[in-house]
Design a protein around this ligand. Structure first.
Ligand code: Q9C
Ligand code: ZN
Length: 341
């Protein structure tokens, strides 16, 4: 399988996140992608190729122009104020407040985010832009005939909505690739999100559309981030009614429950008959993941890839979460090797 990868992800390295009342080093760190790349090479998965730059237009198909302008320019505004710590929001337009766009940098940061988990550093825009190009380049390789491809994206994307960052995500790489398939003539694209967390950004982007089916298996939002989306009764709206499938699972779920949910998701995807399948590939479902509560073991990822392969669809894998850094490469590449059979 072809892997698309850019070293630019190293430009994004947040210092810390607030977790359990403490500031701890960010779990979403550069070594994650380094380990996955090393495993791709160790297993001789296939060619590793640098991305082509397709520019901003395909990103603007998913993200609003004002959001992109804010994100691109935020660090320079922060630096001009003489600051060099990570830029993190701390006030959001929650209930009883107004969704106005303030003038201040911190006000705008709150407006364009939904949590305090997505720090902007000097290189965050360039890293996120390159990750989107990695996804687009993998999509192009498939448009040119590849049956599958692996977009080794970092930072991840599935929590990012049209004009919101959060949950370590800034640009929704999977959504951008899905839209590229559609813009190049696909009638239907399915997105299967296997990350431990619900892909709230991806769901929201396509919620009222029938041309993208979003199916997600994740920690029940009653107890897990992102808490405010990802419930089973969210089935789509308007023309998109019936094209959103959430399969929340209890904490402690292992392969028996997880694999059964995957079977349901695959049956729904098969019935949809998509022209292409995008897998939002998070491996934070692993039993040793430091911020998650599922119990998948490394061999389970081979089975995951095997089941996805049986759909028989052109399949683009897009890297999302996974924070057990030592095993992230084994687990992510196991899915790809299981897929290849
Ligand atoms: N410290 C992905 O797996 N946790 N994102 C709380 C505030 C957020 C996970 C953040 C977890 C986000 C792509
Ligand atoms: Zn996750």
């Amino acid at each position: 399988m072809l892997t698309l990868y850019s070293d630019d992800h190293h430009l994004h390295h947040g210092r810390c996140e607030l977790i359990d009342g403490e500031l701890k080093p960010c779990f979403e760190m550069p070594s994650r992608a380094d380990h996955v790349l090393q495993r791709v090479k160790d297993q001789a998965l296939g060619e590793v190729r640098a991305p082509t730059d397709f520019g901003r237009a395909p990103i603007e198909r998913i993200h609003s122009a004002d959001y992109l302008a804010f994100f691109e320019g935020a660090w320079a505004r922060w630096a001009k104020l003489g600051k060099d710590g990570d830029l993190l929001p701390f006030t959001w337009p929650a209930r009883t407040l107004r969704g106005v766009l303030p003038d201040s940098l911190h006000g705008q940061l709150g407006y364009y985010s939904f949590d305090g988990g997505a720090p902007i550093t000097a290189g965050t825009w360039r890293a996120a832009y390159s990750a989107a190009q990695v996804a687009l380049s993998a999509q192009r390789a498939m448009a040119d005939g590849a049956r599958s491809a692996f977009a080794l994206c970092r930072p991840p994307g599935h929590h990012a909505a049209s004009d919101l960052m959060g949950g370590y995500c800034y640009l929704n790489n999977a959504a951008i690739a899905a839209q590229a398939f559609l813009d190049q003539g696909a009638a239907r694209v399915a997105i299967l999100d296997v990350d431990y967390h619900h892909g709230n950004g991806t769901q929201s982007i396509f919620y009222d559309r029938a041309d993208v089916l979003f199916a997600s298996i994740h920690g029940d939002p009653r107890f897990e981030f992102p808490f405010f989306l990802g419930y089973a009764d969210e089935t789509g709206a308007g023309a998109g009614e019936g094209f959103n499938l959430n399969l929340p699972l209890a904490a402690g779920s292992a392969w028996d429950a997880w694999g059964a949910a995957l079977e349901s998701a695959c049956q729904r995807i098969a019935a949809y008959a998509p022209d292409a399948l995008i897998v939002s590939l998070g491996v934070d479902t692993f039993k040793e993941d430091p911020i998650s509560q599922f119990k998948l073991d490394s061999p389970d990822y081979l089975r995951m890839g095997e089941r996805i392969a049986r759909l028989g669809k052109p399949t683009l894998f897009v890297m999302e979460g996974g924070y057990a850094v030592a095993e992230i490469g084994i687990n992510a590449v196991n899915v790809l090797e299981g897929f290849e059979g």
